[in-house]
Design a binder for this molecule. Structure first.
Ligand SMILES: Cc1ncc(C[n+]2csc(CCOP(=O)(O)OP(=O)(O)O)c2C)c(N)n1
Ligand SMILES: [Mg+2]
Length: 371
C-alpha cells in the first residue's frame, strides 16, 4: 500500500468536506412522479415497471394485514414496512434468482419476492422452525435479529460465490442503526479486501428504534462509510423505486464483472412503529417529520409516473389489492395447518446424531409428546 507524502498542516474540515461532497443523492423520479434524471433511467420494460408497482401495492397491503394479524395474536414478531417499499422491493427487483439475500428482521418482503413462500414468513414470525427451512433453490437466509451480523455473513457468501465462479451476488440489508455496529465495518472491509461480489444496503429510515441517525454518527452521510472500506458507495433516494433499482442493478453489474462490492445508503422512512412490541413513535418523532416523509411516498410517486404513461389505473390497483388479500388469507391458512412445533423436532433438525446428553431428553420429550 503506497501513499503519497504531504507536508501541509491537516485541514480536517477540508478533508471531510471533500468526502461529504461526493455523496449527493441519486434521484430519478421526484415526488410528482416526474423524471428528473433521464441519463440515470434504468432499462425496464413497461411490464417490468407494472410488476414493480404491483409488488409495492401488494406489500403495502401485506403490511396492513400483518399489523392487524399481530394485534389479533395471529402473528408473532412483526416489524412494519410501510414507507420502505421502494428501498426493499426495487432492490430485490434488480437481482436475479441466483443471487442471495441476507435480510434483517424488517426485510421479510424482499425475501418473499425472492421466493420464500408467504406462509413460511408467517411461521417465522410465530417462531415456528418450519419458517426457517428455506426451500431448495430459494437463495435467502432467514431474517437476522442481531443488528449487523448479516453483513459479515454476506461477505462470506459473496466470497463463496466468487470462489465457485458463480456469476451472482450476495445482497444484504441493515438499518441506519446497523451502521454503528462492528459487524457492519468488518463485513464491508472483508468483502472489499477479497473483492467479493457483495451489495451492502443500509436503509436509513432515520431512526434506530427511538434514536435519531444524527445521534448515531458524526458522518454527514452513511454512504461515505464505504470510503474507509475501499469500496464503491452511493446515496440514493430510497423513496424512489427507479433510483434504488438503478443503483442496485449497477452494483450487481460491477460485482459480477469482478469490480467488487458496493455500499448503498437508501434515504427512507418507516411510517409505523419500530416493531409491534409496543414502542410509540409519537414520543420520538414529530408529526411534521412524518408529514414531510409521507409526501415522498414511493407508491404515490410511482403511481403518478405510471398513470401518465397509461400503465396504471385504479382498476388495476384494486385487482392487486384483492389478489393480495386473497393470497394472504390462503397463506395464513397454510401457516395454521403446520404441525404444532415439538421439542423433539428442534432436536432432530439440529443434530444428525444426537449427543449423549440430549438422547435422554429426547426420550423424555418423545414420551410426553406421544400422549
Ligand atoms: C447487536 C444488537 N444490538 C441491539 C439490538 C436491539 N435492537 C433491535 S432493533 C434495534 C435498532 C436498529 O435500528 P436500525 O438499524 O436503524 O434498523 P431499523 O429497525 O430502523 O430498520 C436495536 C438496537 C439487536 N437486535 N442486536
Ligand atoms: Mg433505522
Amino acid at each position: 500500500m503506497a501513499s503519497k507524502t504531504q507536508n501541509a498542516k491537516l485541514d480536517a474540515k477540508k478533508v471531510l468536506e471533500a468526502v461529504e461532497n461526493q455523496f449527493t443523492t441519486l434521484q430519478i423520479l421526484n415526488e410528482e412522479g416526474e423524471v428528473v434524471n433521464e441519463a440515470a433511467m434504468p432499462d425496464l420494460s413497461d411490464e417490468q415497471l407494472q410488476e414493480l408497482m404491483r409488488r409495492m401495492v401488494y406489500t403495502r397491503i401485506l403490511d396492513q394485514r400483518s399489523i392487524s394479524l399481530n394485534r389479533q395474536g395471529r402473528l408473532g414478531f412483526y416489524a412494519p414496512t410501510a414507507g420502505q417499499e421502494a428501498s426493499q422491493l426495487a432492490s430485490q427487483f434488480a437481482l436475479e434468482k441466483e443471487d442471495f439475500i441476507l435480510p434483517g428482521y424488517r426485510d421479510v418482503p424482499p425475501i418473499v419476492w425472492h421466493g420464500l413462500p408467504l406462509y413460511q414468513a408467517f411461521l417465522w414470525s410465530r417462531g415456528h422452525l418450519a419458517g426457517g427451512q428455506i426451500p431448495d433453490g430459494v437463495n435467502v437466509a432467514i431474517p437476522q435479529i442481531i443488528i449487523g451480523a448479516q453483513y459479515v455473513q454476506t461477505a462470506g457468501v459473496a466470497l463463496g460465490l466468487k470462489k465457485r465462479g458463480v456469476k451472482a451476488v450476495a445482497l444484504t440489508y441493515t438499518g441506519d442503526g446497523g451502521t454503528s455496529q462492528g459487524d457492519f465495518y468488518e463485513g464491508m472491509n472483508f468483502a472489499g479486501a477479497y473483492n467479493a461480489p457483495a451489495i451492502f444496503i443500509a436503509q436509513n429510515n432515520r431512526f434506530a428504534i427511538s434514536t435519531p441517525v444524527e445521534k448515531q454518527t458524526a458522518a454527514k452521510t452513511l454512504a461515505q462509510k464505504a470510503v474507509a472500506a475501499g469500496i464503491a458507495g452511493i446515496q440514493v433516494d430510497g423513496m424512489d423505486p427507479l433510483a434504488v433499482y438503478a443503483a442496485v442493478r449497477e452494483a450487481r453489474d460491477r460485482a459480477i464483472n469482478g469490480e467488487g462490492p458496493t455500499f448503498i445508503e437508501t434515504l427512507t422512512y418507516r411510517y409505523g412503529p419500530h416493531t409491534m412490541a409496543g414502542d410509540d413513535p409519537t414520543r420520538y418523532r414529530t408529526a411534521e417529520l412524518d408529514n414531510e416523509w409521507e409526501k415522498k411516498d414511493p407508491l404515490v410517486r410511482f403511481r403518478k409516473f405510471l398513470e401518465k404513461k397509461g400503465l396504471w389505473n385504479e382498476e388495476r390497483e384494486n385487482e392487486v389489492i384483492e389478489q393480495a388479500k386473497e393470497e394472504i388469507k390462503e397463506a395464513l391458512k397454510q401457516a395454521d395447518a403446520a404441525p404444532k412445533q415439538k421439542v423433539t423436532d428442534l432436536m432432530n433438525i439440529t443434530y444428525t446424531d444426537l449427543p449423549q446428553n440430549l438422547k435422554e431428553q429426547h426420550e423424555i420429550y418423545s414420551a410426553k409428546e406421544s400422549k
